[in-house]
Structure formats: C-alpha cells, structure tokens
Design a protein around this ligand. Structure first.
Ligand code: SAM
Length: 277
C-alpha cells in the first residue's frame, strides 16, 4: 500500500509527498505532533498537519535564520531563540565564536523531546547539551515581556501565526522584542512566502518598520515551504545588514550560507519591493 501525505497550504493548494512510515504521532497541550519518513524530504517534523522542517532542506532555513542576523551584528554575545523546538537554529547559533550564551525558549517540551529522539542531526546541540545553550520550556512572549536591554540578537523561529505562534506576529510582540534588545540589538523573524502570505508579510513589515529604524527583508529557497520561496524580516536598531563588510565574517561549516549569500539574499524582485512600499 502506498502512503501519501498532503499539507494543505491554501484552500486551493497542497504539497503532497510519498511517506515511507510514520515514526511518531502524538498530541501535546499545544498541538498535534508527528514525525514521518518521506521519500523526497527524508524525516519531517509535522505540527498540526503543517510541515515544519525536513532533513532534506533544513540546513537552508536554519543557516539563513541564524547566520544572516548574527553576521549583521558586529559582536553578538547574548542571543535568544524563540520557538525553534527542532533545535536547528540552536545548532547554527552556537557555531559563532562571539556567542557566549544562546537562550532558547520553546513553548512545547514535547516538540523538543520528539526532535531529540527522531531528528538527531537537527537537534544535535540540544541532545549534546551544548554548553552555550540554555534551553527553557516556556512561552517566548512571556519570556521577553519581563526583559529590558538584555539580548544582542533575537531569532523568532516560530510556526505559522495560528495556535501557540499567533501572538508572535503582533505589534505588541514586536514592541516587547524592541524593549528586550540592547541599544544596538536586532531581531529576525521568519515571515513566510511572498506568493502565498502577502498580507501577513506586509503587516509584519509595516509593524516592524514603525518600531525599528532599519527594516530589511531577505529571501531563501526552501523546497518544503509553501511556494518554495521563503522570507525573513530583520528589525534593527543600529546595524544595517546592507553595509556589513562580508570579507571579515567568520568562515563557518555551512552548506548554504556564505559571504556572497550574506549580501545577495537582500536583493529583492520588483513585486516584493512593491509589496513593501
Ligand atoms: N522552521 C519552522 C517553520 O517555519 O515552520 C518553525 C519550526 S519550530 C518547530 C516552531 C516552534 O515554535 C514550534 O515548536 C512551536 O511549539 C514554537 N512556538 C510557537 N509559539 C511559541 C511561543 N509563543 N513561544 C515559544 N515557542 C513557540
């Protein structure tokens, strides 16, 4: 018997992939959690029926959400990851020699446990209890609400704005992020597809741009995600990703990110520039 799985991305569009087996299926207080092994994408984490990450292409997303903001800041020492329960962002953040402490606040402890068991490559830093990593099971919104002038860089590695991730795409959340950042701090958020989620992207851009003097959007190709083109939005108090001297950035062990991509990912097509006006 053949098994196929579909993620319904809009009411007219889905991504269907052939499944070898379901390795885990369960339910936490927050969401349905599954790990399936697929022919095309290898092992995938699926939350509430939405593909979160796959062994096939996770490196693109995790390298891009971590390294682009971290190389924009000249000396990121204290970094916060909100969400990111699979551990991929944490694995990339701890590679930076300047980073002294990476606090990761994931709301769902079961996502962490399941990822540690079934996605060993992605969850490496969590499994090995990397000394720079401080993993906390808590609501990221609550965590930053109590902080002021605390982090150099905040990485919002969240799921879609439904369920527990809903509050991570609001103006009030961006206000708290700004307050929790140091005077020259910056943050990044994954902001979905420019083809499928134009409205969300425009709203996030408008809110972030009204709070941060420097707002930039960059792109990466991610086959697993809707339309295969994914956006990330940076809000920065001082440092501009467009003026980074890429010749000075540290060489890391990466499969996608490099010095050229650090700059070229900010090159936008006209239809996206138009959307952000
Ligand atoms: N790369 C993925 C994507 O773009 O779909 C996101 C992966 S990561 C698994 C997203 C995580 O954000 C989930 O594990 C979810 O539990 C977590 N999350 C959602 N809302 C949160 C909140 N308020 N605080 C902390 N973590 C949250």
């Amino acid at each position: 018997m053949e098994l196929w799985m579909t993620e319904f991305q809009t009411k007219n569009l889905g991504l269907t992939t052939r499944i070898k087996e379901t390795l885990y299926s369960g339910k936490s207080k927050f969401q349905d959690i599954a790990v399936v092994d697929s022919e095309q994408f290898g092992r995938m984490l699926v939350l509430d029926g939405v593909y979160q990450t796959s062994v096939f292409d996770e490196y693109i997303y995790h390298e891009m959400i971590a390294h682009v903001p971290l190389f924009t800041h000249p000396n990121p020492q204290k970094v916060l990851i909100i969400g990111g329960g699979d551990g991929g962002s944490a694995r990339e953040v701890v590679k930076h020699s300047s980073v002294e402490k990476a606090v990761m606040v994931e709301i769902d402890g079961l996502v962490v446990e399941v990822s540690k068991q079934y996605l060993p490559e992605i969850s490496e830093a969590m499994r090995n209890q990397h000394p720079k990593l401080d993993l906390r099971i808590d609501d990221g919104i609550k965590h930053i609400a109590e902080l002021e002038n605390h982090y150099d860089v905040i990485i919002v590695d969240c799921s879609d704005p439904i369920g527990p991730g809903e509050g991570l795409f609001t103006y009030e959340f961006y206000q708290s992020v700004k307050k929790a950042l140091k005077a020259d701090g910056l943050f990044v958020q994954q902001t979905e597809s420019p083809f499928i989620h134009a409205e969300l992207l425009q709203r996030a851009w408008k809110d972030i741009a009204s709070l941060f003097p420097i707002t930039r959007l960059y792109l990466a190709p991610i086959p697993l995600y809707p339309s295969g083109t994914h956006c990330f939005t940076i809000g920065s108090k001082v440092h501009d990703p467009l003026t980074v001297d890429t010749s000075t950035i540290e060489e890391l062990n990466t499969r996608y990110h490099n010095r050229d991509i650090q700059k070229s990912c900010f090159t936008l097509p006209n239809f996206i520039k138009q959307m952000l006006k």
